[in-house]
Write a protein of this length. Structure first.
Length: 155
């Protein structure tokens, strides 16, 4: 199990047990922020479980804030890099955790891990026009190739 740590966050890779808890939203873990998991987290957990609960680096991660111990959202890969070395990432935070730089910190850690594992490009697609999320990607060196698609070259 590959836990990714940053200065303020611990990114826990999904396991079948963690994903099942998130997918169901119950039983509530006392370490969960009051508004975690939200619909996006639950959808991601269900997709992970339907995919056979793969292991390794290229999985979804639950975001835990180191100081409070609270789980506040998710970040992860949408699978392993393709034949061109391109990998897609996604992220989402509970509303109570927004505005603290956690999305930038978590997504940056994924970009760094992807680069270290040999990925050549990271892409992210916004589900809708979302200026705060677009700002996260811009801060991380991504370039918009359309209003909803962002790309960062690593190699």
């Amino acid at each position: 199990m590959l836990v990714i740590e940053t200065a303020r966050l611990v990114l826990h890779p999904y396991t079948p047990i963690l994903a099942s808890m998130i997918a169901d939203g119950q039983p509530r873990d006392p370490r969960w922020a009051p508004d975690f998991p939200f619909a996006g987290d639950q959808d991601t957990a269900r997709m992970y479980l339907r995919a056979g609960a793969p292991g390794g680096l290229w999985v979804p991660y639950a975001i835990q804030v180191r100081d409070s111990g609270l789980f506040v959202g998710g970040v992860g890969y949408h699978g392993a890099p393709d034949e061109h070395g391109t990998v897609e990432i996604g992220y989402g935070l509970a509303e109570s955790a927004r505005g603290h730089g956690y999305a930038s910190e978590a997504a940056s850690a994924l970009v760094e891990a992807a680069a270290a594992a040999g990925a050549r490009r990271v892409v992210a697609e916004l589900e809708f026009d979302n200026p705060p999320s677009a700002a996260v990607l811009a801060r991380l060196g991504f370039t918009a190739t359309s209003p909803l698609r962002w790309v960062r070259e690593l190699a």
